[in-house]
Design a protein around this ligand. Structure first.
Ligand SMILES: Cc1cc2nc3c(=O)[nH]c(=O)nc-3n(C[C@H](O)[C@H](O)[C@H](O)COP(=O)(O)OP(=O)(O)OC[C@H]3O[C@@H](n4cnc5c(N)ncnc54)[C@H](O)[C@@H]3O)c2cc1C
Length: 262
């Protein structure tokens, strides 16, 4: 990554003016991903003056500023009190602690990477993103809306709901990107998502409907996992074949659903 100018605006309006007026300006998160490319940008927009680095809670929500590091989200007490080890079990697999101290939670979402553990884990929660220009949008709508690209992610809001949550992923080696991930939640209903297919997380709607159509029993889980795998598209890349991903998906879905049923 190269850039000619560096700007650190003092308010959102100034930041947005730069992003809107210059198609070649880039918002910096922790820069872990964008620095991998040789692309030349006109202006790098650093949002660290905008107080986006904090986690707070209200009676009904947890709010995570977009510049909060992955490591802070992984270890934060407010998040642990509500979601137990759910967030840490997903985020602890991302490279190493030094990396997670640098990478931001917002950058991990805005990049919409197919293998993103962050997106998989948020997809089964009541999660809203607050963008400066667009306004509020659910995580599931955001990942479909690739046209939302010139905006600023301010914060991520999670509804506090009682429930059970499970995250399972498979990596070829420790610290590698996942070749498959499954996140599941049981709140009023059961919801699960399959990510790193290698495409971005998706909800297998027929299988989820089946899981919620009667009392989910352990004996049904295998059938539900099979339905999910049948309806979901898997692809191949240098990490794994589509067939391998299908096999792993069956196992991880079963494990995740068993865990939320316990
Ligand atoms: C070697 C390596 C291994 C990785 N392994 C994994 C893995 O195993 N699992 C996983 O889930 N992820 C993995 N990642 C992805 C990693 O999580 C992302 O690189 C990182 O989270 C991006 O965060 P960042 O803060 O560095 O974002 P940046 O790289 O700074 O930005 C990413 C994108 O988001 C935009 N952006 C950032 N913040 C904002 C904002 N507030 N508003 C609007 N746009 C914004 C940037 O303009 C850019 O387009 C890996 C990355 C690398 C480099």
């Amino acid at each position: 990554m190269k850039f000619k100018n560096y700007k650190s605006p003092k308010n959102f309006l100034d930041a947005m003016k730069i992003i809107k007026s210059d198609r070649n300006a880039v918002v910096l998160g922790g820069s872990t991903f964008i620095r991998l490319s040789n692309k030349e940008y006109s202006t790098a927009v650093d949002l660290s003056n905008l107080n986006l680095n904090c986690i707070t809670e209200t009676e009904s929500e947890i709010k995570i500023g977009a510049y909060t590091s992955l490591r802070e989200v992984e270890t934060n007490k407010i998040i642990k009190n509500h979601f137990g080890d759910y967030f840490s079990s997903a985020l602890q697999n991302i490279v190493g602690v030094q990396f997670r101290n640098n990478a931001t939670f917002g950058g991990s979402i805005f990049g919409r990477l197919g293998f993103s553990e962050t997106i998989s884990l948020l997809s089964v929660l009541d999660c809203t993103l607050d963008l400066y220009e667009y306004g509020s949008i659910s995580i599931l709508d955001f990942i479909k809306r690739r046209d939302i690209s010139r905006d600023i992610l301010k914060q991520i809001r999670l509804k506090k709901e009682k429930g059970k949550f499970a995250f399972k992923s498979m990596q070829n080696t420790a610290e590698d990107i996942p070749v498959l991930s499954v996140a599941a939640s049981k709140r009023d209903n059961i919801l699960f998502t399959i990510g790193a297919r290698p495409m971005i997380a998706t909800i297998p709607t027929k299988a989820v409907k089946k899981a919620n159509s009667g009392r989910l029993k352990k004996s049904n889980i295998k059938e539900i996992a099979n339905i999910a795998v049948e309806e979901t598209k898997f692809g191949r890349d240098h990490k794994a074949s589509a067939e391998y991903r299908r096999s792993i998906a069956r196992v991880l879905i079963r494990k995740a659903l068993e865990e939320v049923m316990e």
